[in-house]
Design a protein around this ligand. Sequence first.
Ligand code: FES
Ligand code: FES
Length: 204
Amino acid sequence: MASKDDSAAGVNLSRRNFLKSTGVVSLAATVVAPGAAAAQTGAPVVGPGEVPVRLTVNGRQLNLTIEPRVTLLDALRMRADLTGNKRGCDRGACGACTMLVDGRPVYSCSTLAIEVQGKQIRNVEGLANGNTLHPVQQAFCDKDALMCGFCTPGFIMASVGLLEKTPNPTPEQIRKGLDGNICRCGTFNRIFEAVSSVKGVQRG
Ligand code: FES
Ligand code: FES
C-alpha cells in the first residue's frame, strides 16, 4: 500500500481520500431537510429537482441542468456526449472512470458533478491535439498496452495525473500511482512500460 509521503502515492491516496470526502460533502449538499442538516453544516440546500450546474471540461464551459445527485461520470456521458471515460464498477473500485479534477485523478463515478463546479475537469477526450495524440496515449499505442481497451481511458488519465506531478517516476512510483486502476485483461506490465517510456509531459 502506498505511503503517505510518496509523491506518486499521494496521487492515489488523494483519490481515495477524495472519495471519502466527497461522500461527506455530497450528503451535506444534497440532503433536503429544511433546517436540520443544512443549518448544522452551513451548506446550501439544493435539489432534489434539477438545478443549473456549470462545469469546465477540457477548457470549455458546459452548462447543464441536472439533479444534484448526478455524478460527474453521468453528467459527461449522458448529458454531454463525452463518453470516452467508461463505467466499470460504478462504485469507486476499478478506475475506468478516472478523470482529472484540478490535476488530481478522481473516480468520476463517485464524484458529484455539482461538487466540481469551478474546477478544471479533464477527461480522456481532452488530451489529443487534433490528430496528434497526447504522449501518454501515443505510448499506450506504441507499447500495445491494451487488449479490450475498456480500462484504458482511466489508466491514461491516471497516468497523465501521475506524470504531470512526477515527470520521471520510478517503477515503484508508477505502480503506486496507478494502483487505483484495474485491468481485467492483465496488461499491467505493458501499461507500466508505456508510462515509463513517456518523457516531457507538461502540467495540463
Ligand atoms: S466505474 Fe468508477 S471506479 Fe469503477
Ligand atoms: S485492456 Fe481490457 S480491461 Fe484492461
